[in-house]
Design a protein around this ligand. Structure first.
Ligand code: SPD
Length: 360
């Protein structure tokens, strides 16, 4: 009897050890379905430690410093390209990723522009950087027939001034806002020309008095609560704000637009750091995410576009038919990719950005 008891405890102990395998994930905030992690643990027994960030710069600083302790990270494509060059990520073992077959070949080919042969990365979700706005507040200030489909709303100083009282916010993301300003001025959004970059910064300074803040996650709740009326933000985040407003039934009506002058299209990428403590678990997680139902559940929750072809029929029609999430062919033709700048240009952009944000 004593022997049996001991055996039972030993079994319980070994089950505890088996369940103690850990996976450390570092992902964007508000970027996964409520039950994804729970389901992964139930399927694999792997415990997940999940931390979040809201800026590529924060992630990059941690990854370049090394020894982050993370097994899985989600950089945006252009930042990832530079980090791959710096040796931050390991090549994926594709024999451990049978669900790769589910991925959309065209989108993966697009992402291969940042990571040849998709050797180190798989697309997690993708989206655009456009404008979210409060339909009622904009109509009150700019007229009911204001089209709301142009970067004018935030880059034309007169228009922006009319919206200053209800609150404009912009992402704290120089590599996204400066290109949008360049494009508005008729320049290449990826221009490295110092004069053009300076002109973009001057444009931003001209609307600076009308901008309440620069932040990359606070705007979700602020838009949802009616505390701000315009946000230059990421597609899914604005839709999530709309969803929150609907749930609160607070009378806030939000819209997201990919402005007719064009917008940035980006891919967020699943990657495994070279020094990941548990790369095997990270491969299991990537394959789990590429399951059609799991990725559809995520898109149905966060409202960001999936690059998983097999998931498409499982995504709510409300999402697949929304041109803010899956832009039309004409709108797609005007989307621009973000290119990696030289370190020198990057430093120049950072200096310009500081002067814009501080208003000096
Ligand atoms: N709340 C999730 C936001 C994810 C945004 N990804 C960043 C894309 C940067 N170009």
């Amino acid at each position: 009897m004593k022997f049996l008891t001991l055996t039972a405890s030993a079994l319980a102990l070994s089950a505890t050890f088996a369940a103690a395998e850990e996976l450390r994930i570092y992902n964007w905030s508000d970027y996964i379905a409520e039950d994804t992690i729970e389901k992964f643990t139930a399927a694999t027994g792997i415990k997940v430690i999940y931390d979040v960030y809201d800026s590529n710069e924060v992630l990059e600083a941690k990854m370049l410093a090394g020894a982050s302790g993370y097994d899985l990270t989600v950089p945006t494509s252009d930042f990832m390209q530079r980090q791959i060059e710096a040796g931050v990520y390991q090549k994926l073992d594709k024999s451990k990723l049978p669900n790769l077959k589910n991925m959309d070949k065209e989108l993966m080919a697009g992402a291969a522009g940042y990571d040849a042969d998709n050797a180190h990365s798989v697309i997690y979700l993708w989206g655009t950087t456009g404008i979210g706005y409060n339909v009622g507040m904009i109509a009150d200030r700019l007229g009911a027939d204001y089209a709301g489909d142009s970067w004018d709303m935030v880059f034309n100083p007169e228009t922006a001034a009319k919206l200053a009282d209800c609150g404009i916010s912009m992402l704290d993301a120089p590599t996204e806002i400066i290109p949008a300003a360049l494009n508005y001025l008729g320049h290449d959004p990826n221009s490295a020309d110092k004069g053009e970059l300076q002109a973009a910064a001057d444009l931003l300074k001209s609307v600076r008095p009308s901008i309440r803040y620069f932040h990359s996650s606070q705007y979700i709740n602020d838009l949802a609560n009616g505390d701000t009326c315009v946000a230059v933000g990421w597609s899914g985040d604005v839709f999530m704000a709309r969803d929150r407003a609907d749930e609160a039934d607070n009378g806030v009506e939000l819209a997201y637009v990919v402005p007719n002058e064009g917008a940035l299209q980006w891919f967020d990428m699943l990657t495994i750091p070279v020094d990941a403590p548990n790369p095997d678990a990270a491969h299991k997680f990537i394959d789990f995410i590429m399951d059609a139902q799991i990725t559809a559940d995520i898109t149905n929750y966060v409202w960001y576009a999936s690059a998983n072809e097999a998931a498409f029929p499982l995504i709510d029609e409300e999402i697949t038919s929304d041109i803010g999430i899956f832009p039309t062919v004409e709108a797609k033709a005007k989307l621009w990719p973000s290119k990696v700048q030289t370190p020198k240009t990057d430093r120049f952009i950072t200096r310009l950005w500081t002067s814009v944000v501080t208003g000096q």
